[in-house]
Design a protein around this ligand. Structure first.
Ligand code: SAH
Length: 248
């Protein structure tokens, strides 16, 4: 049970697998006014940077669930490195349908809303683990400007224009689902560059170390094409943010 191998190659050196910098992640923790001992659930927790740094900086405790064996292992190592191994737990597994045994004050899905079949489904899933009055966190892309063609949407890595909303559309969709948007932290272009461009050096190093691997051809194509694709499409058209929601 694991995610497609290409991600474990391209993002093996990432601590944060989304367009947030370490500073944005800290800002998100700060604006949520997290108190020591707050219980946080993170579905699609990746390499655990959010839970581990929030445990270190704000004293939260938490559970992360992620389908990647590599990222889950990295998360456990990071927890030890930051001295928070007793506060956070990382489970390797499918988060689809995961409901926490003990309810939490903050339930998050940051950049992995396919886990619940989209934003609305993921909100419904997270809500099952949430204490009354708790906060949901949804990390999601949106169109900075609407792609004029479906080809441009595909160039951004979307299946179609309909896969994402604009920022006003996304905010309105939370309202329509019966949630107050109580905070948001939006990624900047620097964060996007860190997330995307960091993959290129990782791919280059991987290719040098694994020239005869079955995947080398595919990684070679990606390394050649990705910088052009990213600056032409994603960097121009896609935004990303984390939205804090409370049920009305
Ligand atoms: N929230 C993390 C990771 C975002 S990347 C961060 O911001 O750094 C998306 C993550 O979803 C990856 O770590 C991937 O392994 C994980 N993932 C994909 N499908 C999943 C599933 N069905 N269940 C749990 N995790 C999943």
């Amino acid at each position: 049970m694991d995610i497609p191998r290409i991600f474990t190659i391209t993002e093996s050196a990432h601590r944060i697998h989304n367009p947030f910098t370490a500073e944005k992640l800290a800002t998100l923790g700060a604006v949520l006014r997290l108190k020591s001992g707050t219980r946080v659930l993170d579905l699609g927790s990746g390499s655990g940077e959010m839970l581990c740094t929030w445990a270190r900086d704000y004293g939260i405790c938490g559970i992360g669930v992620d389908l990647s064996r590599l990222f889950s292992e990295q998360a456990k190592l990071r927890a030890q490195e930051l001295g928070v191994g007793n506060r956070v737990e990382f489970i390797h597994g499918d988060a689809a349908g995961y409901v926490a045994a003990e309810k939490v004050a903050v339930a998050a899905c940051v950049g992995a809303t396919w886990i619940g079949g989209g934003v609305a489904g993921t909100i419904g899933l997270l809500a099952k683990s949430l204490n009354p009055g708790g906060i949901l966190l949804i990390g999601e892309p949106y169109w900075l400007r609407l792609p004029p063609t479906e080809d441009i949407a595909k160039g951004c890595g979307a299946g179609s224009i309909a896969d994402f909303l604009t920022l006003p559309g996304l905010i309105a969709s939370f309202d329509e689902l019966g949630y107050d948007v109580v905070e948001m932290v939006i990624a900047g272009q620097e964060g996007w560059d860190r997330y995307e461009a960091a993959k290129w050096l990782t791919m280059r190093r991987w290719l040098e170390a694994n020239p005869n691997d079955d995947f080398a051809k595919e990684v070679r194509v990606q390394l050649t094409e990705e910088p052009k694709r990213y600056v032409t499409y994603t960097r121009e058209y896609l935004g990303w943010g984390v939205f804090a929601l409370m049920a009305r």
